[in-house]
Design a protein around this ligand. Structure first.
Ligand SMILES: [Zn+2]
Ligand SMILES: [Zn+2]
Length: 134
């Protein structure tokens, strides 16, 4: 399976090939701060299954050996590498895939650091767009 993805502005394009080793929603503090979002979905591929096809990534060392790579123009987070804890792996922020439904998560991870209200957010009232609109 080959999947393509990219950042919001379109400068960065990438492809992944093969099956991810795992797909998970991460609730850790570092992912939350990095993304500015309550959690981040990750799909783990072998390094040689990832190809940067267009543009360049800026890489930031967010803690220890953790390297987070993002589009320098629009800031979209694309990849995570950690040579100590995930050798040979590149984790892709799977919500940046052109088809973000392609790789459904199989687990929630780092829930020890999850925002308390995230545990029950799926129970909230839902609107297709906004309240008061069709
Ligand atoms: Zn961009
Ligand atoms: Zn995380």
């Amino acid at each position: 399976m080959k999947l393509s993805g990219g950042c919001q502005c379109g400068a960065v394009r990438y492809a992944v090939e093969g099956d991810p080793q795992h797909v998970a929603l991460c609730h850790c503090n570092d992912c939350r701060k990095s993304a500015g979002a309550p959690m981040v979905s990750w799909a783990a591929f072998a390094e040689d299954e990832f190809t940067l096809e267009q543009g360049e990534l800026t890489t930031y060392n967010s803690s220890g050996t953790a390297l987070r790579s993002f589009c320098p123009q629009c800031g979209t987070g694309i990849a995570y590498r950690n040579a100590e804890f995930l050798p040979g792996i590149v984790d892709i922020q799977s919500a940046t895939l052109d088809d973000p439904q392609a790789l459904p998560p199989g687990a929630h991870i780092q829930v020890a650091e999850r925002i308390g209200w995230m545990e029950s957010q799926h129970e909230l009232v839902q609107f297709a767009r906004y309240p008061g609109q069709d």
